[in-house]
Each structure stands twice: as C-alpha cells, then as structure tokens.
Design a binder for this molecule. Structure first.
Ligand SMILES: [Zn+2]
Length: 239
C-alpha cells in the first residue's frame, strides 16, 4: 500500500518552509503527498506582492499564490489544493471543519503534519491546529467501529514554527533531508511573495542538520527538518 502524507497549512506557502524536505523525501520513497492549504494567505502572508503593487486585487494575489504553491508542490513531487477560507482572520465554521474531515476521510493519510497549537505571532496558525485536531478525530472516530464512515487514526505531527520556543515546540523527530535539499531550495524559490523566508529556512535546515548529527553520530546528515509528534507512534520495534 502506498504511504500517504497530508500536510495542512493555514496559508498556501506554509508547507514549503516547514515541511518541504519531508515532502520531497516521502515522494522519493514512493509516497503520495497532498499539500492542503486552508487559505492563500492573500491578506497576511503575501507581503512582497502587496509591496510591489498596493492596488492589486485580492483575487489577483490569490491567483499568483496558487501558481507559486502549485509549482513548488510539483518540484517536491506532491499535489497542491487550497480550500480558500480566507486569512487574517480565518473563520472556521462547523461546515468547514466537516469539509476538512471529509477530505481526511477520502484521502486516508498515514500521517498528517500541521501547525503547532501555539503561535503568538500568527492568528491563523493555531486555528489551523485546532481545526485539524477536530477534523482528524471526526474522520477517525475513537479507533473503533462507529455510526459513521471512518479511517484508522493517522499519525500526527506539528512542523517547526517560525519561533519554536515561543510556540512551545519541542521536536522529537529529525528527518534527514540532505538528499532532497536542492529540491526544497527550488521550491522555496517559487514563493516570490515571501522571498525573505528563503534564506532563513535554508539556514535553519543546516542548523537542524547539525543537531541531527550530534544526536545520532550520522555525519552524512547535512540538512534536516524537525517535527513534533502529537500522539505516540505505534511500531513493532524499539529500533
Ligand atoms: Zn502561515
């Protein structure tokens, strides 16, 4: 069975900075990845587009953001989809939560990655966490037969937020992304609306690579991405 990864971002570029290497790695290992954005980040995370032309329309920004995220997703070997819920502020109704639960049920991922529960610098990221948490439970139930159609509960991680300490992020897994780092760089380069983040996340990849080497002694690890699991993983070996 093909392994499936669902990456849920509040905004259309979140997956690239925080999980681009992990996505490319899963793709190279034969997995299927859906990058699901709850919004385009058209109001709050498209700074360079608004700076370039303050008079452009929101629809125009959304179109550009879609093209950028689509291109980046293809480079990483994945598929991009946006629910276009709006950002800054994002509003999540019960209908929208049900919509996300339906997508999770249909895609049936083995793993979901999304934002951290806390992010004191962004109004939409913690809401994305809460919505994913609720939709994941609505799609999987309590791990037993239920009155509704359900899937096995997917493993669940948070990707690294921009300010990890202040967002309560404590990583417990480092993914070696050395072999696919060039793809991450190329995908980040597609995000013209947030070019200022490219150098930051390139540097972070190197720093997490250093941490991964120190932890494991695996000196071939040059770049890594850090994630934190939200529920314990179940495996058949301690190794
Ligand atoms: Zn975001």
């Amino acid at each position: 069975m093909k392994k499936k990864l669902l990456v849920v971002g509040a905004h259309s570029a979140d997956f690239v900075w925080r999980a681009g290497g992990t996505i490319a790695k899963v793709a190279e290992q034969g997995g299927e990845i859906l990058n699901l954005a709850l919004s385009y980040g058209e109001r709050g995370e498209s700074g360079e587009l608004w700076k370039e032309n303050p008079k452009r329309s929101v629809e125009d920004v959304k179109k550009i953001r879609h093209e950028q995220a689509d291109k980046a997703s293809i480079i990483l070997g994945s598929v991009f989809k946006c629910l276009d819920w709006g950002d800054y502020p994002m509003i999540v109704s019960e209908e929208r939560t049900a919509q996300l639960a339906e997508i999770i049920r249909n895609f049936a991922p083995n793993v979901i990655i999304t934002h951290t529960e806390k992010d004191p610098f962004n109004p939409d990221h913690p809401l994305a966490f809460t919505t994913v948490q609720r939709a994941r439970l609505l799609s999987a139930g309590a791990g037993v037969a239920a009155a509704f159609e359900r899937i096995d509960p997917p493993a669940w991680y948070c990707f690294e937020p921009h300010q990890p300490e202040l967002s309560g992020f404590v990583p417990d897994i480092f993914i070696d992304i050395t072999a696919v780092f060039e793809k991450k760089i190329a995908a980040m380069a597609c995000m013209g609306a947030q070019n200022y983040l490219k150098s930051y996340y390139t540097e972070l990849g190197g720093r997490r690579g250093n941490h991964a080497r120190r932890i494991s002694g695996q000196n071939a690890v040059k770049f890594a991405e850090a994630h934190q699991s939200m529920v314990p993983r179940v495996t058949d070996t301690i190794f």
